[in-house]
Design a protein around this ligand. Structure first.
Ligand code: GUN
Length: 294
């Protein structure tokens, strides 16, 4: 029977720690950390995510600014806003919520963000620093997973870690971080993806499985080894007969994996709240390392 990696409880604890740091900052008569977000269009999930980020800022005592653009915005208008935020002395970090509409070149947008303010950790300079084990902003979801493993003192050294999905924001950075010379890390990593044949051959041999593919209930109990650590990054809306008409489902079939695993993250209440909280951590880090001293 698995024990629960309670991301909701841990994220509350970390937000309390951040709030306490903000209290000390304000007591020294300094300004609060400030996160800005750019939201383009009216994608429901993006609006929900950005609203949650604003709410988290309020909760920990940060200032936040939200800049909304219609889906018809031009690339040059967005780049102009990014230049303004890069130059702003009052903004410590900012994010451009993805995905962006087709007329916008996402790469161009990410490259335009000042790496010192890139609290998503998406800029190639920050990704490169991460891969080279230099101090930098880690992307929020991988950072959240590392923090869960660290705070629950889960040993990763010498373990076989299988990651399912190679996205730029989760699977790929996670594969690098689990293999780094650090704790958590020092694992032997297999990065599996859509062209991997018989993924269960990998997962059955894994001490740690991290799923980030967005396929509800994909990982079944008979695909894992007894005592495995299961981290579920999936959050897919599936329709059901509840009042809301839908629920959030992870990539892991919890019912069949729970009795077999040693540790498991629930959905909701596992990786999701940790991801949100790590953006606050990165904003605090940006504030502390800010080149501006006002
Ligand atoms: N879209 C989905 N996840 C993210 C994220 O972590 N950051 C940004 N900017 N966009 C996203």
């Amino acid at each position: 029977m698995a024990q629960i990696l309670d991301g909701l409880a841990l994220s509350r604890q970390i937000k309390k720690e951040i709030k306490e740091e903000v209290r000390k900052i304000l007591a020294k008569k300094r300004r609060a950390p400030h996160l800005a977000a750019i939201l383009v269009g009216n994608n429901g999930a993006s609006q929900t995510y950005v609203n949650s980020k604003v709410k988290d800022c309020e909760e920990v005592g940060f200032r936040s600014s939200l800049f909304k653009f219609p889906s018809t915005v031009s690339e040059s208008e967005l780049l102009e806003k990014i230049r303004e935020l890069n130059a702003s002395k009052s903004v410590d970090g900012f994010i451009v919520q993805l995905p962006l509409p087709p007329q916008i070149d996402q790469e161009k947008i990410i490259l335009a963000i000042d790496p010192r303010k890139d609290v998503d950790g998406f800029h190639p300079e920050n990704f490169g620093k991460m891969a080279l084990e230099m101090d930098t902003f880690l992307p929020a979801t991988p950072f959240g997973i590392l923090t869960l493993l660290e705070r629950y003192s889960i040993e990763t050294k010498g373990k076989h870690c299988v990651i399912i999905g190679r996205s730029r924001i989760v699977g790929r950075p996670m594969s690098i971080l689990m293999g780094r010379k650090d704790f958590p890390g020092n694992a032997t990593v297999s990065l599996t993806h859509s062209y991997t044949e018989h993924v269960e051959r990998f997962t059955k041999n894994a001490d740690i499985v991290i799923t980030a593919l967005g396929d509800p209930g994909f990982l079944k109990g008979d695909m894992i080894k007894g005592g495995a650590i299961i981290i579920d990054v999936g959050i897919t809306r599936v329709e059901d007969s509840s009042e809301k008409g839908h629920r959030l489902s992870g990539d892991v079939d919890f019912e069949s994996c729970f009795p077999k695993a040693s540790w498991i993250t629930p959905v909701p209440g596992g990786v999701g709240p940790m991801t949100r909280t790590m953006l606050m951590k990165n904003t605090l880090l940006a504030y502390k390392t800010s080149v501006y001293d006002d």
